[in-house]
Design a protein around this ligand. Structure first.
Ligand code: SF4
Length: 330
């Protein structure tokens, strides 16, 4: 482009993020940082090829202007990459997004729970008032042992503190749980402790994903070296069952229905990694519903899948498939 030509949406190269949650499929995607500042989780290959960078404010603003030109009536905007709130100018960015997309009903962001924990209550409130409405954060597990083996870089107590900071500032919090992360040995501990942390943290949503051991990740190397026993598909169904049951029980005991301790949490498994096949037929696609109210319906879906798996000849999921084939990325 020659210097006298005005940059427009068609000439400006927008830097789009490589990942976003499925629920942000219809959102404007704005890259605030590149890659992951932690990048050490033992199961994750998402940003392994990328060196972490905080994007320059001017670059971000140019993207906002171009996105606004392309999609002026956007109903939602998502900030990426994996930990957008680590950007030191996050508040100005959120304000600029709010001004550019006044019709947007939500502005959301990926954030690590450790980043939320480091932001003061005042900073979180400022972000909320500026228009950020939801944070998507990876909990993965509530078990200290499982988190340590996964090199998540956070303890269960720190995860609760980070999540509560967002809840108390008025954010809608969406937590991600990685089914199967405890393997065959720690699945019960993984389910019980994850339920405990979720019940203490009180997100609005819990999204389930399932573990598949990807090439060149430390957890796959641990399996190859005999230090990690991957979970079987049927055990993963039992693990999810225990998580739903235990979480429902804890919410019934302690949910008062207020904004800070809502009586219900929505569980969503909107990811293909959750599927289970028995003799090549899909018997489980995931669960979607509110606990504890819909506990019985969700447990019935899981019981049906467990029964099919017990009676079938061969049960598979992405996790078991990944052990025989090298699935590059999910
Ligand atoms: S799981 Fe999230 S925090 Fe962990 S390395 Fe991957 S992107 Fe980073």
């Amino acid at each position: 482009m020659r210097s006298h030509e005005k940059e427009t949406a068609t000439t400006h190269q927008i830097d789009l993020p490589p990942y976003r949650p499925p629920s942000e499929a219809h959102s404007v995607l704005l890259r605030v940082t590149r890659g992951c500042p932690w990048n050490r989780c033992a199961f994750c290959g998402m940003y392994k090829q990328l060196r972490f960078e905080v994007r320059e404010l001017e670059e971000i603003y140019r993207d906002i202007d171009a996105l606004r030109e392309i999609w002026p009536q956007a109903r939602s905007v998502f900030l990426a990459d994996s930990d957008a709130l680590v950007h030191p100018r996050r508040l100005e960015i959120v304000r600029r997004v709010r001004a550019a997309f006044p019709e947007a009903e939500r502005i959301t962001s990926y954030s690590r729970l450790s980043t939320l924990r480091r932001l003061s209550p005042e900073k979180m409130r400022d972000l909320r008032e500026a228009g950020l409405t939801r944070v998507h954060a990876g909990l993965e597990s509530g078990s200290a042992r499982v988190l340590e083996r996964a090199c998540k870089g956070i303890t269960p107590a720190q995860a609760i503190a980070g999540g509560r900071r967002a809840v108390e500032a008025g954010f809608s919090v969406c937590l991600y749980v990685l089914c199967g992360l405890g393997g065959e040995e720690d699945w019960e501990e993984h389910a019980r402790e994850t339920a405990r942390v979720i019940a203490a943290l009180r997100p609005q949503f819990v999204r389930l994903r399932s573990l598949a051991l990807l090439p060149e990740t430390p957890l796959r190397e641990a399996w190859e070296a005999g230090r990690f026993v991957p979970i079987a598909p049927i055990t993963r169904l039992r693990e999810t069952r225990l998580l739903v049951e235990r979480l429902s029980q804890l919410l019934l005991e302690h949910g008062d229905g207020s904004a800070e301790t809502p009586a219900e949490i929505e569980i969503v498994s909107d990811h293909f990694t959750n599927q289970v096949w028995v003799d090549a037929a899909v018997v489980y696609e995931g669960i979607h519903g509110r606990v504890p109210r819909e506990q019985a319906r969700l447990l019935a879906i899981l019981d049906h899948a467990i029964d099919r798996a017990q009676r079938g000849r061969r049960t598979e999921d992405i996790g078991s498939l990944a052990l025989r084939r090298r699935i590059p990325q999910l």
